[in-house]
Ligand binder design. Structure first.
Ligand code: ADP
Length: 253
């Protein structure tokens, strides 16, 4: 056992004990966060597992007399297992934290974003428009940026009316590039703007609504942003909705 420094000076003893307590509190907080993560993750996984088990039981009991339920149940099981797969992938991403692998390379962010927008457009009922100077170069991990842009656009789609518009914009100034995804949706109250980037956090309205989600998307976006020395945050759109921002360094062509 390592010998702790012994001091008879009461001021020194008090300082030492204060810093020891601070360390202990930080450690306790970390353990509590980890326990909360495991408990939230288990809770999220329980729902699709229960649904799959329910349908398997139903199939086992009734497929002889009612073969027509087979198709329905199988597609339900298929859907739920896909949801579970996505959830597990997200959980792994979150738990790897700063140890995620990134492969930085130089590329044109405008061209890249344009492609991502065209790829996701068919999956959304809203119209996505894209605006950006033709050449803005960054040095970053493409996969990270892909994930961040997808989370922003998918959320814009989930939390805004079907016939509204989603505007994606890229601008640059003083070696800084900013990517924005603006929607005309429900918006985010001021006091929730930091919380939504925490893992498993969902604003109560979306938690109780029919909008599917686990509260991991923005936590993953924040994690990928940090790995690329970028920043993510949200502001209000006027007159309605939110604007999600990604801010990072740009480089010369
Ligand atoms: P999920 O969408 O799976 O719940 P996210 O981490 O992506 O998880 O988002 C966390 C929460 O932030 C959402 O549950 C929702 O309440 C809120 N949110 C995210 N994007 C938007 C948006 N574009 N407009 C309004 N609320 C949003």
């Amino acid at each position: 056992v390592k010998q702790l420094p012994v001091s008879k000076n009461p001021i020194e003893v008090r300082q030492l004990s204060q810093s020891f307590n601070r360390l202990l509190n930080r450690l306790n907080q970390k353990i509590e966060n980890e326990q909360q993560f495991v408990s939230d993750a288990s809770h999220e996984l329980r729902t699709p597992v229960a649904a799959i088990r329910g349908h398997v039981t139903l199939l086992k009991r009734r497929w002889h007399e009612h073969p027509e339920i087979i198709d329905d149940s199988l597609s339900y099981i298929d859907e739920e297992s896909l949801r579970m797969k996505g959830l597990i992938e997200n959980l792994l991403t979150i738990s790897r934290g700063n140890h995620l692998e990134v492969n930085k390379e130089k590329f044109n962010l405008t061209e890249f974003t344009d492609k991502v927008v065209s790829e996701i457009q068919p999956a959304l009922s809203q119209k996505i428009t894209f605006n950006g100077k033709s050449e803005i170069f960054v040095r970053a991990d493409k996969m990270s940026l892909y994930k961040i842009i997808i989370v922003f656009i998918e959320n814009a789609g989930k939390y805004s009316p079907q016939d509204s518009e989603i505007k994606v914009k890229i601008s640059s100034e003083n070696h800084q590039v900013e990517l924005q995804v603006a929607d005309e949706g429900v918006g985010i109250p001021e006091e929730e703007k930091i919380n939504i980037f925490e893992r498993f956090y969902r604003i109560d309205k979306s938690r109780s609504s029919e909008i599917p989600g686990t509260g991991l998307g923005l936590a993953i976006a924040k994690q990928y942003a940090q790995l690329n020395h970028a920043e993510v945050f949200v502001t209000n759109n006027t007159p309605k909705g939110s604007i999600f921002h990604l801010l990072m360094e740009s480089i010369e062509n």
